[in-house]
Design a protein around this ligand. Sequence first.
Ligand code: HEM
Length: 52
Amino acid sequence: MPKIADFLAFGFTPEFDSAGGEMAAVVTELAHLPQSDLEAIAAYLKAIPAID
Ligand code: HEM
């Protein structure tokens, strides 16, 4: 699974930092999504240009 999708489902970054604050509740709910939806969110985030 892509790393962003992993973060959204499990709340851990590749460095094992964990989602905190309001993001913890977001991860609790996103974990119910099918893997294909998590991967679609990750693909979207990677497709849009970065901002400063
Ligand atoms: C589908 C919607 C969302 C996506 C894809 C998303 C994605 C992310 C990502 C990728 C990070 C960065 C993690 C890192 O690099 O350490 C993050 C952090 C965070 N997000 Fe979200 N997020 C979403 C919705 C929300 C919402 C609705 C809130 C607030 C109500 C929120 C609050 C936060 C906070 C507070 C952090 C920092 C957490 C920390 O440092 O521990 N996010 N989010």
